[in-house]
Ligand binder design. Structure first.
Ligand code: FEO
Length: 132
């Protein structure tokens, strides 16, 4: 079985090297989480990936938000809100997971995949034209 939930594809490329490389790392972390889920890895292992995913997501969003300031991006507030809503959801899930209140599921994995794919293909693609 293919354990890559999101295979990298050039359709995700937004032609800005630092952003593409950060998106590749985010995709890699989601794929790692998915593989751990399928393999039934211990909760500690999954918790570590969730910590890493949260940390890296926050750092990636910060990189983009600095670009927004630099180019005075006019849709920055909406984009930042998308970022914050996603971080809030991931942190909320992670907290409940660590407390044993929820488990990793296909629903969660599909949410992460769909959110990231859609965000890269729609929202990130919009701001990138301002950087050129
Ligand atoms: Fe690449 Fe707006 O996140």
């Amino acid at each position: 079985m293919n354990k890559e939930l999101i295979p990298w594809s050039d359709i995700f490329s937004i032609d800005k090297k630092i952003i593409d490389s950060q998106h590749k790392i985010l995709i890699k972390l989601i794929n790692e989480l998915y593989a751990a889920f399928l393999d039934g890895k211990a909760n500690d292992h999954i918790s570590n990936i969730l910590d890493e995913l949260t940390k890296y997501t926050v750092s990636h969003f910060k990189t983009e938000e600095v670009f927004f300031e630099e180019v005075n991006y006019d849709d920055a507030d909406n984009h930042k809100k998308e970022h914050q809503d996603f971080v809030d959801k991931v942190v909320d899930f992670k907290t409940k997971f660590k407390e044993g209140d929820v488990s990793l599921s296909y629903d969660i994995m599909n949410f992460l995949r769909d959110w990231l794919q859609n965000h890269i293909l729609v929202s990130d693609r919009k701001y990138i034209s301002y950087l050129k």
